[in-house]
Design a protein around this ligand. Sequence first.
Ligand code: FPP
Ligand code: MG
Length: 262
Amino acid sequence: MAMACKADARVSLDAQADVAAAMELMHCASLVHDDLPCFDDAPLRRGRPSVHAAFGEELAVLAGDGLIILAYEVIAETNLPPSAVPKLIRCISRGVGAGGGLVAGQAWESERSVGLQTYHQAKTGALFEAGARAGAILAGAPQEPWAKFGAHLGEAYQVADDLRDALGDARELGKPVGQDIAHNRPNACISLGVDGAVNRLRALLDRAIDTIPACPEPDRVVDWVDSFAGRLYAGASKSKAPRPMASQSQAANEPVAINLRA
Ligand code: FPP
Ligand code: MG
């Protein structure tokens, strides 16, 4: 995004990469914690034992904590215009935090019911939105138009992830599948059916393209969305046969009853 907007001349490519790395560190922290026994209890991540499976629960909690702190340290240490730093810290904190970021999304899993879209927007959309805002900040461009674009992409990513969870193969994906059904969580395939979920994925990607804000190099963003979409479809269509779905269907944002954890 920063490149498409032609980043502020004071922001080097290395600094842009550092900001992207900080977002990635937050994402990794969330996955380390998400795999813990108190959440998904997943033994596998990216084809390897999850952190708690390899090193124990205590070290996995601390590894996640350490990654969060490292994300902020990377922002503090990279060479950015001073005015960009508080803006980036605010945008990352909002994308991750309890007020609507991915912490809020995870917390929805402990509530009695939640709408699919509300859940997806917090759990994944908010971090994508933060990434798009960060690009705008680095370019000195207005954040709001990019926020919308990022939110659509994030929702699309989560719909594709729901498809992979419902249809994919654990060995190919390098992580457990069938988790949403097992934990009775909202999943686009349960709400909309498999075809409905694929249509929703397509609609969200179209919407993302339609909301690309005016910028010096929009084609760069379109190309990037195309390749991102290719990866989402490839992952979502590596299906054999759908696993059995819950019998009742969940409407798009109708609250869905979910299991309370003990
Ligand atoms: C993966 O979802 C998990 C998330 C998108 C967010 C997890 C958030 C937390 C654990 C809150 C703590 C946050 C931080 C920053 C430490 P998934 O289980 O549907 O996907 P998966 O199949 O890849 O596990
Ligand atoms: Mg998980």
